[in-house]
Write a protein that binds this ligand. Structure first.
Ligand SMILES: [Zn+2]
Length: 62
């Protein structure tokens, strides 16, 4: 395994940007992977990431 961490093995540490266009962009501090979280509860529950997004939001709120 000469490869550095990939999205498959990394326990991501998401760093979230400010919400834009109903989307919160997250970037993994460790491996650089990116993903998008829906900024609204509706969108989040539809994508099944509401709990994850909610915990991330609370961790970055004020
Ligand atoms: Zn990662």
């Amino acid at each position: 395994m000469a490869e550095t961490l990939t999205t498959g093995t990394c326990v991501h540490h998401w760093v979230l940007a400010h919400p834009e266009d109903e989307v919160i962009r997250g970037r993994c501090k460790r491996c650089g992977a990116t993903r998008e979280y829906p900024a609204s509860v509706e969108g989040a529950s539809r994508q099944g990431v509401y709990e994850e997004a909610a915990s991330l939001k609370s961790s970055m709120s004020r």
